[in-house]
Design a protein around this ligand. Structure first.
Ligand code: PRT
Ligand code: MG
Length: 223
């Protein structure tokens, strides 16, 4: 092996999901001097190069970002707080709330369903959600008995066809609830996306990782 190969730069891998998180991350990456070579919306590539030969992006499902970072397949990633709570955060250092992709996790029911009365009567509620951990904790804190039904999407349908009395889902504009004759009745959690860092990478690649954390911190929208 020649000395050239020995001095190969350390590669930084950042895990992102396409859609809203990617779009809101582009300006933060730019602040760190990182410019993606392609747009994941139009490219089918899952590994995207950047202007920096030592930085690459991997495009994964939003819910898979913490897993890639936990196992060190990515050094850094950006994930919704909703996703991090379901994952558990094991092996992840969470240095920064980036204040992007903001929304609220809410309890919602069919218009006309008396949620307060159902809770007051101590009825056992059937709640459909993708966010079982957050929902379990929320209802336990309230002392409300629930049967949780795990779904992977389109939660809004569940109360309309009698699968559940209520859902726990993310709301941003409220348009999706309105379009399906549902109303939000209770907040569960304020959600925004956070920077997550693999704990080993933070130590072993500190010189590469820390400048990215610092650039994101100074570029993020002031609170
Ligand atoms: O969409 P896909 O199934 O691929 O994955 P995903 O839904 O996990 O990813 P994505 O990119 O949609 O969401 C990534 C992250 O964005 C989430 O983990 C949240 O932290 C954050 N975020 C912010 C949202 C929303 N706003 C949001 N409105 N995630 C989802 N929604 C959905 C919501 O579930 C509901 O179906 O949008 C719908 C409601 O929107 P409104 O505007 O009609 O209220
Ligand atoms: Mg989505």
């Amino acid at each position: 092996m020649n000395s050239q190969a020995a001095r190969k730069p350390i590669m930084l891998t950042i895990a992102l999901s396409k859609g809203r998180i990617f779009e809101e991350t582009v300006p933060l990456l730019a602040a760190a001097g990182i410019h993606p070579e392609e747009d994941p919306e139009s490219s089918r590539k899952l590994i995207l190069g950047t202007n920096r030969p030592d930085v690459r992006l991997v495009i994964v499902r939003a819910t898979d970002v913490p897993t890639y970072v936990q196992y060190g397949a990515a050094d850094l990633g950006i994930a919704g707080y909703d996703v991090l709570l379901e994952h558990g955060g094991e092996g992840l250092y969470q240095p920064l709330d980036l204040d992007i992709a903001r929304c609220k996790l809410m309890v919602a029911v069919r218009e006309g369903f008396d949620y307060e009365a159902a809770v007051r009567q101590g009825a056992r509620l059937r709640v459909a959600t993708k966010y079982v951990e957050s929902a379990r904790e929320h209802f336990a804190r309230k002392g409300v008995h629930v049967d949780l039904i795990k779904l992977y999407g389109s939660m809004e349908l569940a109360p309309l066809v009698g699968l559940a009395d209520a859902i726990v889902d993310l709301v941003s504009t409220g348009n999706t609830l309105r379009a399906n004759n549902l109303v939000a009745v209770e907040p569960v959690l304020e959600v925004s996306s956070r920077l997550v860092v693999n704990q080993a990478a933070l130590k072993l690649k500190r010189n590469e990782v820390q400048p990215v954390i610092d650039a994101f911190a100074s570029a993020k929208a002031p609170a």
